[in-house]
Design a protein around this ligand. Sequence first.
Ligand SMILES: Nc1ncnc2c1ncn2[C@@H]1O[C@H](COP(=O)(O)OP(=O)(O)OP(=O)(O)O)[C@@H](O)[C@H]1O
Ligand SMILES: [Zn+2]
Length: 580
Amino acid sequence: MNSNPKFVSKILPLFAAFMVIITLTVTFVVQNTDDKVSVPFSSLVKSIEGLNGGEATLIEKMDGTLVLETNDSTFVSQVPPGSQMVEKLVEKYNINYEYTNNSKYGAWILGGVLLLLMATAFVIQKKTGGIGTGNRMKNSLSKPTPLPSITLADVGGLQEEMKEEIIQTLSILKNPEKSSKMGIKPPKGILLYGPPGTGKTLLAQAIARELNANFFSASGSAFNEMFIGVGASRVRSLFQSARKQGPAVIFIDEVDALAGKRKPHGGEEGEKTLTELLVQLDGGHSNDGILFIAATNRKDMLDDAFLRPGRIDFSFNVPLPDTKGRREIIDIHIKGKNLADNVVAALDDLAESTSGFSGAELHSLFETASRRALRNGQDFISKSDIDYALDRTILGSTSRTLQDADTKRRVAIHEAGHALVSAVTKPGSVRKATIIPRGQALGYVAPIPKELQLSTHSDLIDRIAMILAGGVAERMILGEHSIGVSGDVQQAKQIIEQMVDTGLLQEGFSLTFSKGLKETKMQELFDNALEKSEMIINANRNQFERLVDELLKKETLEGSEVDEIVQDKNGFREDQYIMA
Ligand SMILES: Nc1ncnc2c1ncn2[C@@H]1O[C@H](COP(=O)(O)OP(=O)(O)OP(=O)(O)O)[C@@H](O)[C@H]1O
Ligand SMILES: [Zn+2]
């Protein structure tokens, strides 16, 4: 009967704390019973980007909780401290936005609860190596992400060859029995690489749709964990879930964060995670019905072991769109939008003047224009909305890619030089000329791959003239050439050196004793080639200028188009045409 005061004073606070925790846990669990999925912020961003203009509401709470409600799911995440992303996302993707500070005390209580929970989670995590966040992450990885209803037709600007390859790949994957009878192994892994916002995620979603597959998506950075083994176990659970819910596409964006080159003294954890990925990809698991798609902006950073066939069977470059590509993407994003007549009439011009824009930037261009029209109470997008949106997009473009007109012209002159000399000396030798940047190169002229036995002296001079023609053209038209030609010069020197070495040997000289002679000969060949380059450009000035104009306009020219321009007799100046 007599309660022990000492006992009560000890047990009461404990009991109170216990009750509080129970209550909080109940609230927490209840809040989580519907289809809410906790996701890392980067995945939430992806979901918003993947909405494709679909309805969604983003609710930001005072405590930094973000709730994204789409037609078919609810995602919950946390705003990274100090991030300005929410504002940008709302602006860019035009989604409904609400800010709630809960109730007056609610936020405080919730804040306290969260702190408590986080502290508990932290302790548990410290003790056990990561149950806390591990589980949360595992849950989000073990469920497929809802797919927007898109098809390949919603991805604009794909190069023909690539589209064909993808369609072929899809048909193999759709008919695995038939393919295997014909001895064709279905691909296991595909890599999509290229600059940000070019539609890699979109393409992966479209592929998953075409295959009627569940879409498991994660960002490579979601596997980076301080705690040993957590990243690896996430990889394992991702693949296990996908195998259980096949057919499935596993999409990992920013895969360089997960499958980057292994460093000699790299972190143990990152290495474990990558090893697990390699094991899951081809370590004796049956991945039938599973297609792995990885995306990156930095293919050069990827580990060679990851890129091996059997893991990655195809790599597709997804470059920035050229003029024709931008026109297609514009058509995709104006669907369902009301445009003023003069906007419709100027869509070709818009495609031309948005050089360097990615698909994502074109998308945001029309979203910004729509929003402005809406704010002004119009039910159509006017020319001035587009102009406003253009300014906004160009200003807001974080990236490099929006080239200024001068650079673009310089690149066009450079590539026109290569293309002209190539097509004049060897008609039909150009496969493609483009001023769309790829990797480190600002543009390039791709020769038709041929087992060219570059044996004769004049063949070699032609080849060197073609290599030097970019710089020669720049110097002739612009007065000086850019530092961009050093790669060309390097390449030319290599060929010349080989020529001279074999030549000297044939003439019976010893290479070690004829250093001076070698240098003189090399200089001579170099000068010959330069001269030839210059002569060809001079003699075909009209064709050269047309190549420059067309490159500026279309950005990519097929080999046949180059040949057509170069062989066009209207641009042929007979008086000056001398071919050495
Ligand atoms: N080729 C395209 N055709 C049509 N729309 C595109 C294209 N590329 C991008 N978009 C638009 O931009 C949005 C973002 O593109 P997406 O996320 O697929 O790019 P990404 O290449 O995966 O970019 P990141 O490398 O930044 O992840 C898409 O949802 C779509 O609205
Ligand atoms: Zn060049």
